[in-house]
Design a binder for this molecule. Structure first.
Ligand code: SF4
Length: 318
């Protein structure tokens, strides 16, 4: 995950909860992808290190366990740069140019300078990140599957040109619930529409109380349709079947007002975030602890990376 600073409900339901489950089943590697942040914003690097620490603190608070998983910082493992360089020698440029996310982001982020070598090559860096640890499963949503496919192609090419060192990584598809932001768009820090894991109960209540709803409910007397209501996506995640039934009926018959309806969900959100916030508060009091976790993770990751790079150099004949 790129170092985004404080994490929000979108991250919790879109990635973190799944990661916490995966560490029960697999040996997992989670890293602060700080070099990746440079691929789309090389000029704005102020605070990047602190953002990584804040993010890792949220990971730990949400349940990532450094005893089970390797939690580290990409830029501390220089072997990723070497593998990226070596892979870049064998990747045909058209493979990168046809990457759908590349084209989309160039269209979307018009204000950024994306005409860089680093941005075109970010999937090569991603591939290096994955195969460095001989990763065989990558937990992603369907929109990220083409990246993993590209990693597989890169692996096939490396294995064919030099020696069969790397396993082909497989997509571990993850179904995630929709988590819209307060304005109904995708929840994102840059849109200013996020509920952060570290928000206080008062902040959560204030933010979610003004979350957009079905526009058909212009007044209290107008009936609405929950499926057209952004806030209802959170009810679906957080509320009991009885509460969902009550809210659905109340909305369609104008039996309840939107604020009353949202308060039912808000209570659940506050309950769920309470233990996360408690752990986060404890970490705030011991700031060195997150750095220690990353340092310990770096050591484990580096050991494996050194081993892999020995094999890679040997296969190439360097
Ligand atoms: S009553 Fe609830 S589900 Fe219906 S529009 Fe209002 S907030 Fe959304």
């Amino acid at each position: 995950m790129r170092p985004t600073g404080r994490l929000h409900l979108g991250h919790l339901h879109g990635a973190l909860k799944n990661w916490v489950r995966l560490q029960e089943q697999y040996r997992c590697y989670f890293f602060v992808a700080d070099w990746h942040a440079l691929t789309t914003d090389y000029a704005n690097t102020k605070g990047i290190r602190q953002s990584g620490i804040e993010m890792a603190a949220d990971w730990l608070s949400a349940g990532l366990d450094p005893k089970r998983s390797v939690i580290f910082r990409q830029s501390d493992i220089k072997e990723h740069a070497e593998l990226h360089l070596l892979l870049s020698m064998i990747i045909p440029v058209p493979w990168l140019e046809r990457n759908p996310t590349y084209k989309e982001l160039v269209q979307e982020l018009k204000e950024r300078d994306l005409s860089t070598y680093g941005f075109l090559g970010y999937p090569v860096l991603q591939s290096a990140d994955i195969i460095m640890y001989k990763g065989n499963k990558v937990p992603v949503g369907a929109d990220q599957a083409p990246h993993v496919e590209l990693s597989r192609e890169i692996v096939r090419r490396f294995n064919q040109v030099y020696a069969p060192i790397f396993p082909e990584p497989q997509v571990l598809l993850t179904q995630t619930p929709k988590v819209p932001g307060l304005d109904g768009r995708k929840m994102s820090k840059s849109y200013g529409n996020a509920v952060f894991l570290t928000d206080s109960p008062e902040e959560i209540d204030k933010k979610l109380s003004r979350m957009v709803t079905d526009p058909a409910r212009a007044t209290r007397k107008d009936p609405g349709e929950p499926e057209k209501c952004p806030a209802f996506n959170l009810h679906k995640i957080y509320c009991t079947p009885e509460e969902i039934g009550y809210v659905t009926k109340g909305c369609r018959t104008a039996g309840i007002g939107c604020l009353e309806c949202k308060k039912i969900m808000i209570k659940r959100v506050i309950e769920e975030l309470a233990p996360i916030r408690e752990k986060r508060d404890a970490l705030e009091k011991r700031p060195a602890e997150v750095e220690d976790v990353l340092a310990a993770g770096n050591r484990i990751a580096q050991e494996k990376a050194i081993e892999t790079m020995k094999e890679v150099r040997g296969a190439i004949g360097l």
